[in-house]
Structures are given as C-alpha cells and as structure tokens.
Design a protein around this ligand. Structure first.
Ligand SMILES: Cc1cc2nc3c(=O)[nH]c(=O)nc-3n(C[C@H](O)[C@H](O)[C@H](O)COP(=O)(O)OP(=O)(O)OC[C@H]3O[C@@H](n4cnc5c(N)ncnc54)[C@H](O)[C@@H]3O)c2cc1C
Length: 343
C-alpha cells in the first residue's frame, strides 16, 4: 500500500502557487488510480493555515504542517529539515511536490537523508492499480524516458505547466503540527530580500500564450546600410506591451552584448532559447530576425504553433521548422502588426 504525501511550501501570503496546485492535481489523481492508497498533505512555511484551507477539500486523510518564521525563507538547511520531518511523520512512500527552484534544490538531499530516491522535472505521472511510472526529458529535452522505481520513499517533483491544477472549494481544516527544532547551523543563511525587475522590464512570462523570439538580425545593418537598434527595441517592446507575450532570444543576440556590440538593452542570457538556453512551453511562437538553426530551434520543442519572419528564404525555418515562414522585413511586419494591435 502506498502512502502519498503531497508536499508543498507556501508563498509569502501563506497560500499555494499554481505550480503547487498542479502537483496537488497529480497527487490526487495518483490517489484515485492506486488501490488502497493513503493520501496526506504536508505543508511548510511561515503560516500554513491559509494553504491548508485553500485545499481543504482535496480528499487528504490529514494535513501536517511545519510552520514558523524559520520556515518562511527558501533556505536549504531549514527546508530540508522540515521536509524530512514531514515525510517521516506521514510515513510517506510516494512524495509528490512541485518542481520549484526551492524544492528542486533541497528535495534530492531530503531523499538522501530518508533513504529514498528523487526524480526532478517530471512531466508525466501514470499509475495503474499497483504501479506508478514517471516520464521526464533527457539530454537537453531531446529524449523522453519513462521509468518506475521500487525504492521508497520516492520523491516526484512535477514540472510546472505540465499538469492541470487542482481546483476545489476552500474550507476550514485542522493542521496537525509537526515539531521541528533547528540547530543554529541551519539558520546561518539569511534571505535579506528580493530583487525583481520592474513589471514592464520583466520580459520572461512563462504563462504567456505567445513566445516572441528576437534574433541577431535586429542588430544587423539593414537595406540602407545602417543599423536600427533603437527602433528594433521600440518595436519589440511595443509588441510585448500590446500582447503580453514572453520574450526569447537567440544565443547570437545575447552574446553580442559581451562582444561590445549594440544589443537590445532588456535582453539577458535568461532570455536565450535553445540547446544551451531554455525550453519554454507556450502554445504559439513567433520568431523574428532569426535564422532558425538547430541549436536554437531545439528549444522550441514544446512550442506547438510556430511562425517566423526572416529575410532569408533559405533560412532553417524554411526547412520544416516553422508552420509558416514570412519572407519579409521584420521591421516592416512588426510595425504593421503593432499598428493593427493598437487599433
Ligand atoms: C554548442 C552550441 C550551442 C548553441 N546553443 C544555442 C542556443 O541555446 N540558442 C541559440 O539561439 N543558439 C545557440 N547556438 C548558436 C546557433 O547555432 C546560431 O548561431 C544562433 O542561433 C544564430 O542566431 P540568429 O539566428 O539570431 O543569428 P544569425 O544567424 O546571424 O541570423 C540572423 C537572421 O536575421 C535575418 N534578418 C536580418 N535582418 C532582418 C530583417 N530586417 N527582417 C527579417 N530577418 C532579418 C537574417 O536573414 C538571418 O537569417 C549554439 C551553437 C553551438 C555551437
């Protein structure tokens, strides 16, 4: 018999983020598929009551919590101690948790402490009455593998955006406290604050329905023999403002900054899509001024509908990588698109 522990950390306001609700959806469907499973919720954070109330109707047999100011910040030592205590209190055999940066960092270590195994970045969880299997991608998202494990407890960290979020009514629920005493050594790291870009400077939006990719062509000499970087910046920012799309980039464009050339000021290596960049999940993508080479387009693996604008009819997008290729000047196309969007 499996004991499923849904393990989550709360946000600053005490509630659960969408990624946690997606992992909860996975945990509840595991609970439904497996014969005779027990289902327990384990929460950690400064105050876990709002989160417990938010998911009170998820069908858990009990709600365990580690709370207090020591568990507010994302800190390896306190998170790992709390998570291990929750696993032991629940006598968990399967631990389903969101693959947030906070948990990806500490749960593999927790698995080691409690003699278990961990799989991060899980994109699919399947269960028959007596067996669970998980899928994840390997080798920069080029190969997908499915496996099962006999070792328990088994930590399954579900990648955000891969499963539907749990929905249900909020209610009042009692949380059973799990006492955790932290040694001073576990409190050495202090989180002094957060630095986030201003809302309009935040160009990476994982939940956006559209990805706009900017390639190095935006900074190259155009038909008049001149570069037009300020205009390129304005066209891209206007498009992002009008559509709330997420902004991706090619490696060539972000690397240009390091070589002292004029680049779009709001781009960083975090925007890079591809083999050595990110592999985001957006329903649609529009590539502009980009050649569509394989190391870049490998990062488009999960983009369903793809369009590209390039001057070069022989660019790589034309070779089956885009659903539609507009052989056109991206400056002219985006100017017109922005006009239409604004109207
Ligand atoms: C080991 C390795 C790993 C790599 N990893 C990555 C990675 O993770 N991500 C990545 O992106 N790349 C990666 N690369 C680099 C990749 O191979 C390409 O060099 C890069 O993607 C090219 O970027 P680009 O298409 O923006 O630039 P370019 O190849 O310079 O293409 C610019 C394009 O813009 C077009 N253009 C110019 N002006 C206009 C205009 N006005 N309108 C329309 N089109 C215009 C041109 O026709 C051209 O097709 C990697 C390479 C290696 C060797």
């Amino acid at each position: 018999m499996e004991t499923i522990l849904f393990l989550a950390h709360t946000e600053a306001d005490g509630t659960l983020a969408p990624a946690a609700l997606e992992a909860l959806g996975t945990a509840t469907s595991l609970n439904t598929s497996l014969a005779n499973a027990r289902f327990i919720v384990g929460l950690l954070g400064e105050n876990v009551t709002p989160a417990a109330q938010q998911i009170a109707s998820c069908g858990a047999a009990k709600f365990l919590g580690v709370s207090g100011a020591d568990f507010a910040p994302a800190r390896y030592a306190s998170d790992a101690t709390a998570a291990a205590a929750l696993c032991q209190a629940a006598e968990a055999t399967l631990v389903v948790a969101p693959a947030t940066s906070r948990f990806n960092r500490c749960l593999p270590g927790v698995a080691q402490r409690v003699g278990g195994r961990a799989d991060t970045h899980v994109t699919q969880v399947r269960a028959t009455a007596d067996q669970v299997s998980v899928s994840r991608w390997y080798y920069r998202q080029r190969m997908e593998g499915t496996h099962t494990r006999t070792q328990r407890p088994w930590f399954i960290l579900v990648d955000p955006g891969t499963h539907p979020a749990w929905t249900g009514a909020a209610a009042t629920v009692a949380v059973e406290p799990v006492a955790v005493t932290l040694e001073d050594a576990a409190k050495r790291t202090t989180v002094t604050g957060f630095r986030t870009p201003a809302a309009d400077a935040q160009t990476i939006r994982p939940d956006a329905s559209l990805l706009l990719v900017a390639g190095a062509g935006w900074t190259k000499k155009q038909a008049d023999g001149q570069t037009h970087v300020p205009e390129a910046e304005q066209l891209i920012l206007d498009f992002l403002r009008l559509t709330r799309a997420s902004l991706g980039s090619t490696k060539s464009l972000v690397d240009l900054g390091g070589e002292g050339q004029a680049v779009l000021s709001f781009l960083s290596h975090l925007n890079q899509i591809g083999q050595t960049g990110a592999t985001p999940r957006h329903p649609k993508g529009l590539s502009t001024c980009c050649h569509g080479e394989e190391p870049h387009t490998v990062g488009w693996r999960f983009i369903n509908e793809r369009r590209a604008i390039s001057l070069d009819p022989n660019c790589s997008w034309a070779r089956g990588k885009a659903d539609v290729l507009y052989v056109a000047d991206a400056f002219a196309v985006m100017r017109k698109v922005n006009e239409l969007l604004a109207a």
